[in-house]
Design a protein. Structure first.
Length: 157
């Protein structure tokens, strides 16, 4: 699927659509994504700032998606863990930018080449348009080379 089509589908996905989360950009090469969380009356917390669950949700799938598309179908890629550090109250729309460097993809391929699992942390700041950091999110990915698929007629091991 083309990134532009996938971006449109993500914007219609109920967890994003209903919470004011919008994917602004998904790079044609699957290397970058930019996301905004609009502050609306229905998605504010009790004290009128960005709801923490939405801050985390706006970052949730992107590292996994970018890595999956670069490693290809020969690799398993899963979210393993995540943390969020709330730095300042979000009183405005907030943004997250994800950029997957080619060197990171090469490191993951090399580390997983022997079939072992690889765990790697990725970090993203959630900021206002002016660059004020609202939260820091860390996501840990599990990466592993898929076992060779058995062909029909092959004898079991």
């Amino acid at each position: 699927m083309r990134p532009s089509t996938f971006r449109r589908l993500l914007n219609l996905w109920p967890p994003f659509l209903c919470n004011g989360i919008r994917v602004l950009e998904l790079g044609d090469d699957w290397r970058e994504a930019r996301v905004v969380l609009r502050l609306r009356r229905w998605n504010r917390n009790y004290v009128g700032t960005q709801f923490g669950g939405n801050l985390f949700a706006m970052t949730d799938p992107f590292w996994m998606l970018l890595v999956m598309h670069h490693l290809g179908r020969d690799y398993l890629v899963w979210d393993k863990a995540g943390t969020i550090d709330f730095v300042a109250p979000g009183r405005k729309d907030v943004y997250a930018h994800f950029k997957l460097e080619p060197a990171v993809v090469d490191q993951l391929r090399t580390a997983a080449a022997g079939g072992d699992k690889v765990l790697r942390w990725f970090e993203t700041d959630i900021t206002t348009f002016d660059g004020e950091v609202i939260a820091r999110v860390r996501k840990q990915l599990y990466v592993r080379l898929r076992p060779a698929r058995r062909r029909t007629g092959d004898a079991p091991d």
